[in-house]
Write a protein that binds this ligand. Structure first.
Ligand code: HEM
Length: 400
């Protein structure tokens, strides 16, 4: 491709327009443009949007770009979200570059292998069944976001971390406050983050003295991560894995209700991840050296936003990309990012989604939406896409 020499016309920031469908139809037009798409952050910083699948992968594997949010020019999309800044919490390793990043990654990989996750399935099934039991006991309707999608990842991670069952209610409520932006104030989220940090510190102290069969004890035993860093690592696992998973669960249930021929087919999990691409604005980067991507020269210090939802709907990479087709053979979506920061929790997420879909539709075959699909409240918090609520109903089985 020849390098475009003229400055492209910049698109407006912020990138999300309230009420717009997701992924935004504008992405189609962005992908057709020559080179990359330019935008300006409110502080004037230049940021390049990357929308084609091959170019998103090129950015995320380039050694000339950094994931460090403290670098000049990094595109900070949102300062709230309850996400602590890296300098405040050591161990927030998604914001580190190689070689510092490698030490954390190496210590954590064994915790999320396919084999390890297979061993977690019975505990995930207990969590999911317990929540469905409560829904059924409560009547013939539920909000699947509050009653299932949000608690599943939180309860699963608390069991993985070795949070004692008696504390799981506390743990779940604080993580929920942290991520449900519509129902909590910034002050409440700040308090919840502090309480969680205090709790995690205490829990680490307990595991130092009384190790168990859990992730915290195993990480401590490696000696690779200090106890202070471990708090940041745990907070990262909590935040990275909570709303992302919840949003995929709820959007996946809606998509299956609209495409019931795929209920019971495991391939629906992977296609849900691609189709919805909820973590569209997560893999943010900044160039640390001049780098050429998509024929465009990005200067050191300029921000880069690989839009994974755009890449996952690129027709050069996926046939009929806007169709929900679990039978498709292309498996190279970038919903979990790509390269050295590719999602560590992906095997766990797949198991959670698979078990939720299987148990939910098996146990409540008459599940249906309680409102027309157009009325479902879509959630854009500036970073992730999901649903605020998912009202559903079912017919109670006739009692004898
Ligand atoms: C990284 C998506 C669930 C832990 C990432 C990244 C994406 C992502 C796009 C790359 C970030 C970057 O490039 O800067 C998702 C989605 C999820 C999900 C869509 C649910 C459907 C989880 C879960 C966990 C988790 C359940 C753990 C319990 C992590 C961690 C990283 C990460 C630790 C940082 C990896 C690194 O920097 O090496 N995730 N994630 N994620 N994710 Fe996930």
């Amino acid at each position: 491709m020849t390098r475009p020499t003229t400055e492209p016309e910049a698109v407006p920031f912020p990138l999300r327009i309230p009420g717009e469908p997701f992924p935004p139809p504008r992405y189609e037009e962005y992908r057709r443009r020559e080179g990359l798409v330019l935008t300006h952050m409110p502080n004037g910083g230049r940021v390049w949007l990357v929308t084609r699948h091959a170019e998103v992968r090129a950015v995320l594997t380039s050694k000339k770009v950094s994931a460090n949010p403290d670098r000049e020019g990094f595109p900070h999309i949102s300062d709230t979200m309850g996400v602590p800044r890296q300098e405040q919490i050591p161990g927030w390793f998604v914001g580190l570059d190689s070689p510092e990043h490698d030490r954390f990654r190496k210590a954590l990989i064994p915790e999320f292998t396919v084999r390890r996750v297979r061993g977690m399935r019975p505990s995930i099934e207990r969590v999911v069944d317990g929540l469905i039991d409560s829904m059924l006991a409560a009547g013939d309707s539920a909000d699947l976001v509050a009653d299932l999608a949000l608690p599943v990842p939180s309860l699963v991670i608390s069991s993985l971390l070795g949070v004692p069952p008696v504390d799981r209610g506390f743990f779940e409520s604080r993580t929920r406050t942290l991520v449900t932006i519509r129902n909590s104030t910034e002050q409440q989220r700040d308090t919840a983050a502090k309480e969680l940090l205090r709790y995690l510190n205490r829990l680490i102290g307990i595991k130092v003295s009384w190790p168990g069969d859990d992730l915290i004890s195993r990480l401590l035993a490696t000696g690779a991560i200090s106890t202070q860093e471990l708090t940041g690592v745990l907070m990262l696992l909590l935040i990275a894995g909570h709303e992302t998973t919840a949003n995929n669960i709820s959007l996946g249930v809606v998509t299956l209700l609209l495409n019931p021929e795929w209920i019971g087919d495991r391939r629906a999990v992977e296609e849900t991840l691609r189709f919805h691409s909820v973590a569209d604005l997560v893999s943010l980067r900044v160039a640390v050296e001049d780098v050429e991507i998509g024929g465009r020269l990005i200067r050191a210090g300029e921000g880069i936003i690989p839009l994974v939802a755009a890449a996952n709907h690129d027709q050069e990479a996926f046939s009929c990309p806007h169709a929900f087709d679990p039978g498709r053979t292309e498996r190279h979506h970038v919903a979990f990012g790509y390269g050295v920061h590719q999602c560590l929790g992906q095997n766990l997420v797949r198991a959670e989604m698979e078990i939720v879909y299987q148990r939910l539709f098996e146990r409540i075959p008459a599940l249906r939406l309680a409102v027309p699909v157009e009325e479902l409240p879509l959630k854009y918090d500036g970073v992730l896409c999901g649903l605020h609520e998912l009202p559903v109903r079912w017919d109670r089985p006739a009692t004898a």
